[in-house]
Write a protein that binds this ligand. Structure first.
Ligand code: HEC
Ligand code: HEC
Length: 348
């Protein structure tokens, strides 16, 4: 045996010893993100926050962790429930710590890596920064980052998890936000009946009613609910009457540009069967009510999108009863049970 092999044996010996003593260390096991072939390009820059198994697991723990709130009871998952595509079931307006009622309907958490902005008004332009809003909002989680970091630092469980997930191993705000993003970036919903149909998978076909609905949808809705994300990601005013109690001005509040009055981010319609109630304030509880609205209740609130202007000068999208029925049948094909039940995203 030459000197080099002896040295090698010693080194291997040392390495296996340290493993046997179970020292917790940074273990970057890469997680692959599969981009569905019918989706547009990913927007989130993974180079700045590479996905790892340990980062994803930590992010999931944090998403389900009540200690992120001031009363230790309101986790992100409190308002974002998996069975309802991570929306707040049964609430038109979400409420959080101390029963405070918010002023908007909780959005689903799905396909966020493909989005250019977040929240109904686009208040967050980067996914890593989005959680700052709910965490520090008085009516949602009512907490400060320094308190949360102190609470997590006190727990050996989290010290270990952060050590495994990040090279510097620090339990700090930056790593917390990165871990949450890793969890949310992985939450891709792309296996609905519709997806299998457009990707020619498993011999899935649509019924005549569903196909007619898809056709009408493409003609009358897809200008705004565009691409297979079902949103062109722009801010639009779809002619809802103004709720005088909330007077939510939407995108206007971000840049104070009068052209933005009452504009809201075009929502994705994936899993829309389970994300009721609908619109930024949850005013409609059924899809039928949404379609009745587009057909006959669009109001001129001063800034309605031109796409909705009819030849006779009124606003709205004319829809027959059959068109409504078929659009709803089509929208139901966007339900992705695999995502709604995926154990990778479940608490236990
Ligand atoms: C009290 C209820 C509540 C809690 C708790 C909560 N959220 Fe939300 N979430 C909402 C509401 C309501 C919206 C829409 C807010 C708006 O547009 O102003 C939202 C929007 C979002 C969005 C934007 C989705 C999109 O498509 O733009 C993300 C991402 C998100 N929440 C993640 C989180 C994370 C992560 C946490 C925990 C740190 C969290 N939320 C805690 C209610 C909540
Ligand atoms: C001019 C652009 C535009 C057109 C055309 C349009 N929508 Fe919308 N849609 C929006 C916007 C913007 C919202 C969110 C409005 C809000 O909450 O203030 C929305 C909301 C919705 C919602 C509620 C989703 C949720 O998660 O709350 C549904 C369902 C919907 N639209 C379906 C349709 C259908 C079906 C059509 C065609 C008949 C259609 N839309 C045409 C822009 C549009």
């Amino acid at each position: 045996m030459n000197k080099i092999s002896v040295l090698l044996l010693i080194v291997i010996g040392i390495l296996s010893c340290s493993e046997a003593s179970d020292i917790v260390k940074y273990e970057p096991v890469t997680l692959a993100l599969e981009i569905p072939s019918n989706f547009p390009d990913i927007v989130y820059n993974l180079d700045n926050n590479p996905l790892t198994e340990a980062g994803f697991e930590l992010g999931k723990d944090l998403f389900y962790e009540g200690k992120l709130s001031s009363n230790n009871a309101i986790a992100c998952a409190f308002c974002h429930e998996q069975a309802f595509a991570f929306t707040h079931h049964g609430h038109n307006l979400s409420h959080g710590v101390n029963g405070g009622v918010g002023f908007r309907n909780a959005q689903p958490i799905q396909n966020l890596a493909f989005q250019t902005s977040y929240m109904w008004d686009g208040a967050a332009s980067h996914l890593d920064l989005q959680p700052i809003i709910p965490l520090t909002s008085d009516i949602e989680m009512g907490e400060t980052f320094s308190n949360v970091v102190t609470k997590l630092q006190a727990e050996p469980y989290y010290q270990e998890k952060f050590t495994r997930a990040f090279e510097d191993g620090e339990v700090n705000t930056e790593n917390m936000l990165k871990a949450l993003s890793q969890f949310m970036v992985m939450m891709i919903s792309s296996n609905s009946k519709y997806d299998k149909y457009v990707r020619n998978e498993d011999n899935v076909t649509l019924t005549e009613l569903e196909l007619n609905g898809l056709n009408t949808f493409q003609n009358k809705c897809a200008t705004c609910h565009a691409t297979d994300l079902f949103s062109d990601q722009s801010f639009r005013n779809n002619g809802l009457s103004i709720n005088p109690l909330l007077n939510d001005q939407g995108r206007y509040d971000i840049l104070e540009d009068p052209n933005d009055l009452y504009k809201f981010k075009v929502p994705s319609l994936r899993n829309v069967e389970v994300t009721y109630p609908y619109m930024h304030d949850g005013r409609f509880s059924t899809l039928q009510a949404v379609l009745d609205f587009y057909d006959s209740a669009v109001v001129d609130n001063g800034n309605v999108d031109d796409v909705l202007l009819r030849a006779d000068g009124s606003y709205g999208i004319t829809l027959s009863d059959y068109e409504k029925e078929s659009i709803i049948a089509f929208l139901y094909t966007l339900t992705d049970d695999q995502f709604l039940e995926d154990e990778r995203f479940s608490e236990y």
